[in-house]
Design a protein around this ligand. Structure first.
Ligand code: MN
Length: 354
């Protein structure tokens, strides 16, 4: 198992690569979507939370990530002595009509195929994604973690109607923010996922790239009145069983799984690691379950994180584990301190494995 750090787009700097290396990481997971575009950049080192209008504006629908920029990113990561393990999350501007089954679906399938080919050509082996209409929405922030550390949580269900001009908690069309999104059934959304996997996995395999699916965050059956796919641990099996491709893998988010109301996080991690379907792992801790939970310090929640690491190791997982989110610590570098704390804990956990 390898230790990695996830960095948002504006944090992909030589200084942060050095920080990751200094904290014991060997791998980087890079976000290329600017979640804060047109919105509040003041707290952009914390994870995005946003308003009823989401995090911000989706990117340029005509500008896909190129081989040149992906290669330059990989090289800058390698120059710091690290390996670029994955890109995390498609830009809603590039694939929203796959999620919404809209008129641009064919073009957007073409976009995803191009992006997967570009990743492969640039030597990046993994693409994390989250097949969700509403995305990561409905969370709150507060002094939820130990010592009053600012953290993220949920304080009840979140079902305000979703406008047609949004997808994946970002704005895709500002002219359609008062138009309601037509209703979608869970069966329709599962069908959209199955068609997506069928259409793009052959390209992923040919490019030497794995797709890795994040579960729903927060894992409720609906957010903004739209259905969710993987909101209980057993629903990850349904996703795996949709397509036997070895490129059909999981971005296993241990925190999100622990927030689910059914099942057992240890049994779930064992089930999916044993099947060799874990692409990479988000490791964080949490107190509570949906719709009322709070993200906590890695050593201070409902999850025995060291036991999770033991289970991954015992089942042969050799991929990358990243801290996902961490509470902000009181100092001049709240994000960095929180991540350094999580990475140090995880680095110690790695040393206990045998
Ligand atoms: Mn996660």
């Amino acid at each position: 198992m390898k230790l990695g750090l996830g960095l948002y787009r504006h944090m992909l700097t030589a200084e942060n690569f050095a920080f990751a290396r200094q904290a014991g990481a060997t791998h980087i997971v890079a976000h290329l979507v600017d979640y804060f575009r047109g919105g509040d950049h003041a707290h952009a080192e914390d994870q995005p939370v946003g308003t009823d209008l989401g995090w911000g504006l989706a990117g340029d629908p005509d500008q896909l990530w190129t081989v040149a920029e992906l290669t330059a990113l990989r090289q800058s990561v390698e120059a710091a002595g690290l390996t670029l393990a994955a890109i995390e999350n498609f830009d809603p501007a590039h694939w929203h009509d796959i999620l919404l089954d809209g008129p641009q679906r064919d073009r957007h399938i073409g976009n995803v195929k191009t992006l997967l080919r570009n990743l492969g050509e640039a030597g990046i082996p993994m693409m994390g994604y989250n097949f969700s209409i509403a995305g990561v929405a409905g969370r709150t922030t507060g002094p939820y973690a130990r010592g009053g550390a600012p953290s993220v949580g949920m304080e009840g269900a979140y079902d305000p109607p979703m406008p047609r001009g949004m997808a994946w908690n970002m704005i895709i069309d500002e002219s359609r923010l008062t138009e309601p999104l037509p209703p979608v059934s869970p069966a329709q959304l599962w069908d959209r996922l199955e068609r997506f996997l069928h259409d793009v996995l052959p390209t992923a395999e040919a490019a030497g790239v794995k797709l890795a699916a994040h579960p729903d965050d927060p894992p409720l059956p609906t957010i903004r009145g739209t259905p969710r796919l993987v909101y209980q641990p057993h629903l990850y099996q349904k996703l795996i069983d949709l397509n036997p491709s070895p490129s059909n893998t999981l971005e296993l988010c241990v925190g999100s799984i622990a927030e689910m109301t059914e099942g057992d996080v240890y049994a779930a991690v064992e089930t999916y690691a044993r099947q060799n379907r874990v692409g990479y792992v988000h490791l964080r801790n949490v107190v509570g379950k949906v719709p009322t939970y709070k993200e906590s310090f890695i050593d201070d929640g409902d999850i025995d994180v060291l036991r999770i690491m033991q289970i991954l190791h015992a089942n042969g997982f050799e991929g990358v584990v990243i801290p996902d989110h961490a509470p902000q610590m009181s100092c001049d570098a709240p994000w960095h301190a929180g991540m350094a704390y999580a990475l140090g804990f995880m680095a110690a956990g790695l040393k206990t494995l045998r």
